[in-house]
Design a binder for this molecule. Structure first.
Ligand SMILES: NC(=O)C1=CN([C@@H]2O[C@H](COP(=O)(O)OP(=O)(O)OC[C@H]3O[C@@H](n4cnc5c(N)ncnc54)[C@H](OP(=O)(O)O)[C@@H]3O)[C@@H](O)[C@H]2O)C=CC1
Ligand SMILES: CC(=O)N[C@@H](CCC(=O)OP(=O)(O)O)C(=O)O
Length: 367
């Protein structure tokens, strides 16, 4: 009965409320299960009422039990990592790619052709222009024929398109925080679109789990630095989204920084007001009133990264210092949750007609 309901949902003959009542459980695979976003998918999906993870891949750890490598998952999964096998992946209803760029290019087409939905956490399908992607990622785009159908998986902008999508490009971590913070201002035409500044800080998990010298404790702790100031891969992605919101090209200065914390992104966003903006607090509250993953804090607030640690929430605050012509927006997310795996699950939920926040309801971990 559940499967018939799911088919009917995808054909538009059944509402998502009816799908939920059918208590459908779908089979999900994860390619790249040993990285930080892969294991975060596992942690969150362990609490998802309508998902069974049936396959989790790692080439280097094939045969190792998931709970041996990640003891926090003991008792939740009776699975071992396995080599990525297209046959077994195609047997899943949906597959997450938590892999470096280029991997989803090679496998997504085949999975889609066999009826499996694809949710890609990497940057492979985020930029609509294959040439621009090739410039920033230093290699030719591996699947330009899929770009038209790929949906940029930001529910706050593309919710309806996500519901009907087969292929999702999950937004990057910095792009999620920056776009959510600037959308209300640009959509309403309240700031000068040519001069927007995003000053952002990330924890070290943003760089992935692979061993790299800058991520070592002795290199990253008790220190703070900017990087990518003259050009970071997230710049074209953020610009693409903000340009769509503004309806005109956006001039953006984006400077990321590495901070000695494990999880979290803090974005401080600056815009020059075009004129008297009215009530900015009311503007933000109205824009996100129906958004389950965005929390507009009371006027005067300063959101902290620890208030979103482990949760799928973006917390925002808007300020206008000294009633000047500058507006400052503060945005915080957990880079591994709203900035990656949590947002990916929001997309899965929308695609399969589940409650958008299924598996994502836990509050942040504090202190
Ligand atoms: N970390 C973060 O905060 C965020 C990351 N992202 C993006 O998500 C993706 C994953 O990130 P993260 O979890 O940090 O990455 P990691 O580097 O920590 O992990 C990568 C995973 O991919 C697997 N993998 C690597 N190469 C291949 C391949 N050719 N074929 C199949 N599997 C492969 C690895 O396992 P093995 O080599 O054993 O197969 C590993 O499990 C990246 O594209 C990243 O940019 C997006 C938003 C935020
Ligand atoms: C701290 C740190 O190194 N952060 C990473 C975030 C990139 C990332 O996750 O990028 P994609 O999802 O777009 O591939 C960086 O700046 O490269």
């Amino acid at each position: 009965m559940g499967w018939q309901a799911l088919e009917m949902y995808h054909k538009g003959r059944l509402s998502s409320d009816s799908v939920k009542k059918e208590c459908i459980v779908i089979k999900v695979g994860i390619v790249g299960g040993t990285g930080y976003t892969g294991v975060e998918l596992l942690r969150l999906l362990a609490q998802h009422p309508q998902v069974e993870v049936t396959l989790i891949t790692s080439r280097s750890e094939a045969g190792v039990a998931v709970s041996d490598m990640y003891p926090n998952l003991r008792g939740h999964y009776d699975l071992a990592f396995s080599e990525p096998d297209p046959e077994r992946l195609a047997a899943c209803d949906a597959v997450f790619f938590a892999t470096p760029h280029g991997v989803a290019h090679a496998l997504a087409g085949e999975l889609l052709a066999r009826g499996t939905r694809v949710i890609d956490l990497s940057a492979d399908f985020r930029l609509k222009d294959a040439e621009e992607w090739a410039q920033w990622y230093g290699q030719p785009h591996g699947a330009p024929e899929l770009l038209e159908e790929a949906v940029y998986g930001m529910p706050e902008v593309n919710r309806e398109a996500i519901r009907g999508a087969r292929l999702i490009a999950v937004p990057g971590c910095y792009p999620t925080a920056v776009q959510l913070g600037l959308l209300p201002l640009l959509e309403a035409g309240l700031i000068d679109a040519q001069h927007v500044i995003a000053d952002c800080k990330s924890g070290v998990t943003g760089a992935g789990r692979g061993a790299k010298v800058p991520s070592l404790l002795a290199e990253a702790s008790e220190s703070f630095k900017a990087y990518g100031a003259s050009g970071h891969r997230h710049l074209p992605e953020i610009r693409q989204g903000l340009t769509q919101a503004a309806g005109q090209p956006v001039g953006l200065t984006f400077v990321p920084h590495l901070t000695p914390m494990i999880r979290g992104i803090h974005a401080t966003l600056y815009g020059r007001l075009n004129g008297e903006p009215g009530d900015l607090q009311a503007l933000f509250e109205k824009r996100f009133a129906d958004e389950p993953a965005v929390d507009v804090m009371p006027a005067g607030s300063h959101p902290e990264t620890r208030s979103v640690k482990g949760s799928d929430i973006c917390r925002l605050a808007v300020h206008r210092p000294g009633d000047s012509d500058t507006v400052v927006v503060l945005a915080v997310i957990d880079n591994l949750v709203k900035g990656a795996s949590g947002q990916a699950i929001q997309n899965l939920n929308l695609m399969f007609g589940f409650d958008e926040m299924a598996g994502l309801g836990a509050p942040a971990l504090m202190p």
